[in-house]
Design a protein around this ligand. Structure first.
Ligand code: 5GP
Ligand code: MG
Length: 189
């Protein structure tokens, strides 16, 4: 495991190489699972945290697809989920009759994704799948109900600690770190 290269990072959990290796695996699995042209595939990134993961994964998915973003506010500036997420910026594309693949940075309690899946269902998506870079199953409070033939993909299982990097922030910082690390708790406690 690489040593932290930023003074606010306690330890690195996944290096850039670890990440890109896993992203390539996920992208091939998704390319296989979604093969066959219709209905069309729409990849929906959850801004801002998923922006790097989304960019890396769509480059490696060998299928025609459309890309769009939503913004869901579930966190203030702290490290705890509010439990009442709100879609604060909606899709530009019409997903009625489409297969949707939601690309998320991390699933924690599950509140954010549950709200988003319900929203996509109400817009008429024929299936909603989820590809989350990190998953913290130990902290789940709500079970994710996928839509139709929807599948669940995850990059890595994450220990129960607050992580930053590879798109993920604390107070909007650290998103540009190319690896994922545990933030020193003294910075937020
Ligand atoms: P949930 O609604 O599942 O509790 O929270 C999901 C959202 O909380 C994620 O999309 C992510 O933005 C944020 N989140 C959860 N855990 C972490 C973490 O360890 N680090 C960061 N930076 N964000 C997190
Ligand atoms: Mg997020």
């Amino acid at each position: 495991m690489a040593s932290p290269s930023h003074p606010d990072i306690e330890r690195v959990l996944w290096t850039e190489d670890d990440i890109l290796g896993r992203v390539a695996e996920l992208a091939s699995q998704i390319s296989l699972d979604f093969e066959g042209g219709s209905p069309p595939l729409v990849v929906v990134g959850v801004a801002t945290g998923a922006f790097l993961f989304l960019a890396d994964i769509v480059k490696r998915i060998s299928l025609p697809l459309r890309v769009d973003f939503v913004r869901v506010e579930s966190y203030g500036s702290g490290t705890e989920s509010s439990g009442a997420p709100r879609i604060s910026s909606d899709l530009k594309l019409d997903v009625e009759g489409s297969r949707v693949l939601v690309v998320e940075d991390i699933v924690d309690t599950g509140h954010t994704l549950s709200a988003l899946i319900a929203h996509l269902r109400s817009k008429g998506a024929v299936s909603v799948s989820v590809c989350t870079f990190l998953d913290k199953p130990a902290r789940r409070k709500v079970r994710l109900e996928l839509v139709g033939e929807g599948k669940f993909y995850r990059g890595f299982e994450c220990p129960d600690c607050f992580v930053v990097g590879y798109g993920m922030d604390f107070n909007e910082l650290y998103r540009n770190l190319p690896y994922v690390g545990v933030l020193k708790p003294k910075l937020y406690s």
